[in-house]
Design a protein around this ligand. Structure first.
Ligand code: ADP
Ligand code: ZN
Length: 752
């Protein structure tokens, strides 16, 4: 037998298959150890092909040994890896690495074994016990006898830890008994439980509302046809999750499996309990807070067919399931489904490909679908499903917009408008809970001199620094460096340094001043550094330990807290004026999602949006819960400006410490790239003007962490010629990589 092996080295020089001699028992997709290079150093690799004959005439080396008795990659995953390499212009080995836990490679984690002991085979306990006694009947070694009695009475394997718990200091006695051959060591594989022993109550499927039943029927029909991509637009609290669960039940009933992707941040214990409550041990979870051992154990449960429903964040789309019948992507508009590391894949595109390979259905769900997805649904590329009402006819919360210019004119210079103060007071008096949302962490967003206008910037990054009152420091949110606040302005020497813009810490302080004694919790990047901080804050809030939750985007997602009746969007403008063509879409989504946290139990929810631009369409339409109105507004803007989905943005980023050679390299690359694109368009008979524009120069943030950043941004009209132009861009980039080249993105998540 011969095996085609790719070695686990990320280098374009060796990113191909090498043929080795193999034993009969090698399996496709297995990890193997192979001798590699002139020194025959043992290296890990993956078997991607097996053949019975070999045509070449080089003397072949042999595989040293397989690393696991099973294949770590399914056939489908191997095909998927080739597709990822092609689609995202990465190495094949980078694509393969997405599919197995990093910890498995280089043997960093193993199955967890506990040390156990049992009576040795064939020993007669009576006889041994007799031999353990002195002539006077007292034991020669009381500890050894105690351990032996415990084991022979229980007549089972026991962990040494358990024995030592019963009999303190038993370890040397255990060793002595093993040496004498009375007991033997066994060792049992155990499972690292990522749920900390939580066993949720089992739930039964709910009787669906008419709207839910109609949606489920359409999903079932697509599952029977074994194809399709569907977009479920359902308002917050419309019962999307229940629909997902009943569709998953169908997949399981028919012997298949399913994946549910959610944004990392909404993967709360409550969310996990919902799925585990319905599907029990068949559920595996994959998220970033798992320890390496837990992640490995969950991965193995999936690979070995014990778990058939995978709930996880972005990377769970690669779960080694077989016969996938359904992939659900909840909150499909979230940016976090696009990876910002190489390979820069979109989990939604990968999910769509896996559904094609498996004959499964892709179900995208959101209360605020991305403009691009809704556009595709309207064009018929996705089937559109709708749940326009909340369950039990609960109304959506009533939203008030407060014009902060008028507040200021009326002499209110505080953070809370009269309206928000009044609603907050009423909410607290009713003993209900409130969420205050502010899109910035820290105390203030920038520090500046009132006299000359000097703004403090990070020495290493081209960004202004944020004041953190709790640490009495300025912090850079890009590199983490801090600075003390000087008494006088470094520019003009006057003592007029002030803090501008509101952050979470300042809201917390104002709340304390305005409502003394009211308990609050703050949830932002600064308070959620530790592994379980985020869970702890949410569970304390849901237990009512605090009445107010103050937070950034983190509080916008997926929380189902029945006692929350008020949501305050403290400074909507911080989300509106971001220089990105999607800022309006993102702001609308964010406002709608945050607002959706209010009044989920009894429909008496209230939302107050504070803004200096009360007429902004994202504000006005979010206040009316009018997604369709927003879509029509936004798509018209996109069409007029030729923005996605009507065009494709490509961004190539260059980063280096030295400015001069960086400029030169970028300039050369840009010229060459332009020629390559124009050539590709011409070769297809396309108009050169399909390259709508191409600009290059400093990135909006010129420097991060001491390194200069420059970028090329180009825009292509979306036509049937675009894929060929993208191929040309990729192949130009592959042929001209340099130490300056950093990344190439299609429709990047941000353009900073
Ligand atoms: P979404 O995912 O759309 O925000 P959820 O699935 O969380 O909505 O549903 C909101 C609430 O309504 C949940 O508490 C859920 O248990 C409940 N619910 C969903 N479907 C039904 C139903 N058919 N009958 C009764 N309650 C339901
Ligand atoms: Zn910095």
């Amino acid at each position: 037998m011969f095996a085609q092996v790719i070695v686990d080295i990320a280098n374009s020089g060796v990113d191909r298959l090498f043929t080795y001699r193999a034993e009969e028992n090698i399996i496709l997709g297995q990890r193997v150890l192979v001798p590699f290079g002139s020194g025959n150093k043992p290296i890990e690799g993956y078997v991607l092909g097996i053949s019975e004959s070999y045509e070449g005439n080089i003397a072949l080396k042999s595989i040293i040994r397989p690393l696991e008795p099973y294949s770590v990659l399914t056939h489908e995953q191997i095909r998927l890896a080739y597709w990822i390499k092609q689609s995202y212009n990465c190495l094949l080995v980078d694509a393969l690495r997405l599919m197995i836990p990093a910890q498995l490679r280089r043997g960093r984690v193993k199955e967890k074994r506990v040390r156990t002991v049992k009576l040795a085979d064939g020993v007669d306990p009576q006889l041994i016990r007799a031999g353990m006694l002195k002539k006077d009947g007292s034991p020669k070694s009381p500890k050894q006898k105690e351990v032996f009695d415990l084991l022979s009475e229980s007549n089972a394997e026991m962990s040494t830890a358990d024995i030592c718990a019963f009999i303190p200091g038993a370890s040397s006695a255990i060793k002595a008994l093993i040496d004498k051959g009375y007991i033997t060591e066994a060792g049992r594989e155990t499972y690292r439980d990522p749920y900390a022993g939580r066993i949720p109550l089992r739930t039964m499927p709910l009787t669906l509302s008419a709207a839910q039943a109609d949606v489920l029927e359409k999903i079932s029909a697509a599952m029977d046809r074994r194809e399709g991509t569907m977009l479920l637009h359902g308002v917050t609290g419309s019962g999307k999750t229940e629909v997902y669960m009943q569709a998953i039940a169908k997949a399981l009933d028919e012997g298949g499996s399913a994946i549910v992707l959610v944004p990392e941040i909404s993967l709360t214990p409550q969310a996990m309990d919902r799925f585990r409550g319905r599907f029990g041990e068949q559920v595996a979870v994959l998220h970033s807070r798992l320890s390496p051992g837990e992640r490995y154990d969950e991965w193995r449960r999936i690979r070995l067919g014990k778990a058939k429903v995978v709930l996880g964040a972005r990377s769970a789309v690669f779960a080694p399931l077989e016969n996938i019948r359904l992939i659900v992507v909840d909150e499909e508009h979230e940016q976090s489904y696009s990876s910002e590391m190489t390979p820069r894949y979109s989990a939604i595109e990968v999910a769509q490909k896996r559904c094609k390979l498996n004959g499964g259905v892709l179900l995208l769900g959101s209360a605020t679908p991305s403009v691009t997805s809704y556009f595709r649904a309207k064009r018929g590329r996705y089937a559109l499903l709708e749940l326009p009402e909340r369950i039990n006819d609960l109304p959506l919360p009533k939203v008030d917009i407060v014009d902060m210019r008028q507040e200021f004119a009326a002499g209110n210079t505080g953070i809370f408008s009269g309206r928000l103060y009044h609603e907050l007071k009423a909410c607290l008096d009713r003993n209900e809970q409130a969420i205050l949302f502010i899109n910035r962490r820290g105390y203030s967003t920038f520090v500046s001199c009132r006299s000359c206008g000097y703004v403090f910037k990070c020495d290493n990054c081209d960004v202004s620094m944020t004041y953190h009152k709790i640490d009495k420091l300025m912090k850079c949110h890009y590199c983490g460096r801090t600075k003390n606040i000087p008494k006088v302005c470094p520019e003009c020497g006057k003592p007029h340094i002030k803090f501008f813009g509101v952050g979470t810490q300042q809201v917390e302080e104002q709340l304390r001043d305005s409502f003394p004694g009211v308990k609050s919790l703050r949830m932002d990047m600064d308070t959620t550094q530790t592994r379980n901080a985020h869970y702890d804050i949410l569970s304390r809030f849901s237990k009512g330990e605090a009445q107010v939750l103050i937070g950034t985007q983190m509080v916008a997602k997926g929380l189902d807290m029945p006692n929350v009746s008020l949501v305050g969007i403290v400074a909507a403008d911080a989300s509106l004026h971001i220089p990105d063509y999607r800022s309006c879409e993102r702001a609308f989504q964010l406002f709608t999602q945050v607002a959706g946290r209010a009044g989920r139990a009894n429909g008496n929810g209230r939302v107050v949006i504070q803004t200096y631009t009360p007429d902004h369409p994202a504000v006005v339409l979010a206040s009316r819960h009018d997604y369709k109105g927003f879509y029509e507004y936004e798509i018209a803007q996109r069409r007029a400006a030729l923005f996605p989905p009507y065009a494709l943005f490509v961004r190539v980023l260059f980063i280096h410490e030295d400015q001069a050679p960086l400029c030169e390299a970028e300039e050369r690359f840009a010229q060459g790239l332009k020629d390559a694109i124009l050539q590709a368009l011409k070769a297809q008979g396309a108009d050169e003007r399909e390259l709508l524009f191409m600009v290059w120069g400093e990135a909006p943030i010129k420097r991060i962490d001491g390194k200069y950043r420059r970028q090329i941004v180009l825009k292509l009209a979306r036509t049937k010629h675009t894929p060929k132009a993208v191929d040309a861009i990729y192949s130009y980039a592959n042929a001209h990589r340099s130490e300056y080249f950093c990344s190439l993105d299609l429709n990047p998540g941000d353009m900073f």
